[in-house]
Design a protein around this ligand. Sequence first.
Ligand code: 5AD
Ligand code: SF4
Length: 479
Amino acid sequence: MAKDYSQHFKKPSIKKARKRVKDNTKTIDFSTCANIEGFGDGKTYKIQTYGCQGNEADGEKIKGILESLKFTEADTLEDADLILLNTCAIRENAENRVFGELGRLKQYKRNNPELILGVCGCMAQEENVVERILNKFQYVDLVFGTHNIYKLPQYLENVLFQKERVIEVFSEEGAIVENIPKLRDNAKKAWVNIMYGCDEFCTYCIVPYTRGKERSREPKHIISEIKDLIKEGYQEVTLLGQNVNSYGRDFTDKTYRFAQLLSDLNKLDIPRIRFTTSHPKDFDSETIDVLARGGNLMPYIHLPVQSGSTEVLKRMNRKYTRESYIALVDEIKEKIPSVSLTTDIIVGFPGETEAQFQETLSLVETCQFEGAFTFVFSKRSGTPAANYEDKTPLKEKKDRLHRLNNIINDGYLRGTKRFEGKTVKVLVDGHSKNDKNILAGYTEHNKLVNFKGDSSQIGEIVNVKITEAKTWFMLGEQQ
Ligand code: 5AD
Ligand code: SF4
């Protein structure tokens, strides 16, 4: 591979990524900007996706583009002509995994100099990461970010035929690109982006810099994508956004918000609608009222709290208090009595005292979460909290995480126990790894269930009576 860079050479800039301009979001149609030719014919690819559902959805678009260029998926990394790492920047350990993998992939490059190695996703949007790639991982051929997936055909043409390296990352406001082809990983459950980016700037979080300003998709585009999924036999859709509750806030021509979107989707003939992720400060009563109608709107809400201390929440820039969060949970439980609530919590945020951590533990007890993703604070370069004074030793932070997880695990068990003896609806995902006669799937409340059944039922929704509740899953008998 030649060492020259192509005309596409643009590094990310944290300064530009911080900016938010008021301009309306542009919508681009993929079919008008990509020259899809089958130049991938006979070539194979492999994508490794790290991180959140947003990244998984991006991975499906990247695969869709590659397949329309006639690339086919390789069985193993060793066989691939193109390897893309679709990366996550949320915490340091996610980044370390990717750098470790890049180091490991060097040998593949040595064995096959024609191999094209690319890095995309959130890490590609970080100034310090791209510098590190340029200095230490010079064998990487292609770097592109979260805003320019749609330009992948052009980049590949450059790398493959001009034998140039492409490094192109946009830090300016992103557009919305409609009609990118997708190769979905699951035939029954689909991700549907309803918005991109984030304008919250929680002080610990890198996402507003890696994903750009908040931009909502037009309702008609979302609804038509879901109608197509229904025709294809999809059973479940998960609406994606960093803060779905602020959906539509950027529209200048209409007052269509998340509650209206849910209300419109509630009328569609698809059994299950889910969404993630919610922000407590924007979760309004109207949305709760629509969710309370039930039907295809699932009684499961992931509602990240991050901390139970108002003082810590303030320094996190979360814009709600312990009391307002609890009031929101009370309203949700009053209107949707069977709801299952889960959350995200960060321990050891800079300056968090033992007393403030205790407030998190007591909030967990008050809200009776049925699960949580829990994390030790990770310093992200370029975010405000990276410069906050942080005197708590890592050992103490890990101890807090351990104490928190013990209480969270009780919540998981409480959340499954309440279904013992009840009959629930399960969307069958597949069979258990160890036994072909055991099926596995998720209930409406998002609980994993194992039960005896036939492979022909994969993709269907079946009734299962819960016979035994464990912490992480339930056992049942088909009715
Ligand atoms: N350190 C630890 N956890 C973080 N999260 C986001 N940024 C950080 C960070 N710097 C967690 C939050 C968020 C979830 C997706 O990741 O809890 O809700
Ligand atoms: Fe990060 Fe906060 Fe935006 Fe979530 S809402 S992506 S935690 S900045």
